[in-house]
Design a protein around this ligand. Structure first.
Ligand SMILES: Cc1ncc(COP(=O)(O)O)c(C=O)c1O
Length: 487
């Protein structure tokens, strides 16, 4: 699979978007003319035209007939979904039957891929990674055809520990065990600190794979109200933890799935304090941490933890290699238990891919790659948001993640995304209905859209078709009301 090259017109579009983003060109201001920009950027007029068309599509520039290009005034942003206030009693995990349908259709190429949070192979540096893997196989293949110790390859643990230092995690390689994806890390963490029948506090809505793991381990959950900007409600967490009913807590540190929320640092510190006071361990899912759109990666809980009370879970699945199934778990206090269970469940993680990944990390390829995918995902979410503003029913709310590549959309009731899901599948469009993100069937009027595929004409068309279907689902067809913004 080839890497997507960066075209000259995209670079020019980014340059002009940067001028608008930093306020050098204010909304309503005249943009440099096509001739000016092509001279300044030493490019052809047709490349400048392509760049400006792209900026028009992205809603950054608008053309005024006989006058030229102007910086568009941003439309009033759609409101962010509201925090659901609901009961915070322990309950069994009830999985939605739609989850299997979603998994079945999400990776079927016949469907417009807005369903699962899977990065497109075009965006992953697959060809570069293939080369590193092939070279590793050629040079070290037979050495790799063996069991690694349960904690995994030293070279990879060292690279992970080095990278973690950049965002404040002081980890020794021995604090890290390599796992089969973040999923195994979460499962090992839960095994280390809970028994079947215990209750775990989780965000709501939350990643449906976590719900599956919790159910498989016969754990009950308390679904904590979670804000689309600031994450879990600290007061609700305090109340639940103080009741003594909760044995562990699982939270995403940054750009959670599906809400995309990131807790402010002071809230993270408050959560850490509350949990440490009551001796409740925090299992941190930071699988999206590397996909930040701002300059800085927010600090994870584990970087702020002073009580050795956080079990950190990460992976390379969302940025680089979902198929390699490589993740990691970091804990000092629970490592012995983690390794016992790792040995008993999968014995070890495959060696070849670990060694290849360690090389990819050490030679700087990963950092270069991350800069590109962050830009692509930010751009895709911005374009998706713009189409939602134009094509979805009035009253729609949409999340505004500062990282990640999914959007959480709240439709005005009575829209029911379970029905919408069935209708969309008939039109070969896949998205994730809201109920799969709850242990108790909440969020029937919500949906999650993945931007993992990146932007193209098929995604845009699928999204507009879905918007028109959502207008009907919200009971607005023929009512004369316009979608969120006509345009
Ligand atoms: C929040 C979250 N955690 C964990 C995972 C699973 O990660 P992995 O593929 O590394 O097992 C996902 C995948 O979608 C996710 O969204």
């Amino acid at each position: 699979m080839s890497q997507s090259p960066r075209f000259r017109y995209e670079e020019i579009a980014d340059f002009v978007a940067g001028l608008a983003g930093r306020g050098t060109l204010k909304p309503g201001a005249r943009a440099p003319s096509l001739r000016e920009i092509s001279t300044q950027q030493r490019t052809s007029l047709s490349t400048a035209v392509q760049a400006y068309r792209l900026l028009e599509d992205r809603g950054i520039l608008e053309v005024r007939p006989q006058s030229g290009y102007y910086v568009a005034k941003p439309p009033p942003a759609l409101p962010v979904p509201t925090t659901a206030r609901h009961s915070i009693r322990p309950a069994k995990v009830e999985l939605s039957g739609l989850m299997l349908d979603l998994l079945k259709h999400a990776s079927d190429e016949a469907f417009v891929p807005l369903g699962c949070a899977i990065p497109n192979q075009r965006l992953l540096s697959s060809s570069r990674l293939d080369l590193v893997l092939a070279r590793t196989a050629r040079v070290k293949g037979s050495q790799c055809n063996t069991y690694s110790p349960p904690y995994g390859e030293m070279s990879l643990r060292l690279e992970i520990a080095r990278r973690a230092l950049r965002f404040g995690q002081a980890l020794a390689p021995d604090d890290i065990a390599i796992t089969c994806g973040c999923t195994e890390a979460l499962a090992l963490a839960l095994d280390a600190v809970t028994e079947p029948g215990d209750t775990v506090a989780i965000e709501s809505p939350t990643y449906f794979g976590l719900l599956q793991v919790l159910r498989a381990k016969r754990l009950k959950v308390v679904e904590l109200p979670t804000d689309a900007d600031t994450g879990v409600a600290v007061d609700a967490l305090r109340e639940v933890v103080a009741s003594g009913k909760v044995r562990a807590c699982v939270l995403a540190s940054s750009f959670s799935n599906p809400l995309g929320c990131t807790m402010p640092e002071e809230n993270k510190r408050a959560v850490l304090r509350i949990l440490a006071e009551h001796g409740v361990p925090l299992i941190e899912d930071d699988v999206y941490g590397d996909v930040h759109f701002g300059e800085e990666r927010p600090l994870p809980f584990s970087a702020l933890d002073t009580h050795d009370n956080v079990i950190y879970c990460g992976s390379f699945s969302k940025t680089l290699a979902p198929g390699y199934r490589i993740g990691w778990i970091a804990t000092r206090r629970h490592m012995a238990r983690v390794l016992e269970t790792k040995f008993a469940t999968s014995l070890a993680t495959p060696v070849l891919t670990q060694v290849a990944l360690a090389t990819f990390l050490s030679n700087g390829d990963y950092d270069r790659h991350l800069r590109r995918v962050r830009r692509e995902f930010a751009d895709t979410l911005a374009r998706m948001t713009r189409v939602i503003e134009q094509a979805f029913p009035p009253g729609t709310k949409v999340s505004r993640p500062a990282g990640n590549f999914v959007l959480w959309v709240e439709l005005p009731e009575p829209a029911d995304t379970r029905l919408l899901f069935a209708q969309a599948l008939e039109k070969r469009i896949c998205f994730a209905p809201g109920v799969v993100f709850s242990a108790s069937g909440k969020y029937a009027h919500c949906l999650r859209l993945s931007g993992g595929h990146g932007w193209d004409a098929r995604i845009e068309k699928g999204l507009r078709t879905l918007g028109a279907m959502a207008v009907r689902a919200a009971g607005l067809a023929g009512s004369g009301k316009k979608p969120v913004r006509s345009g």
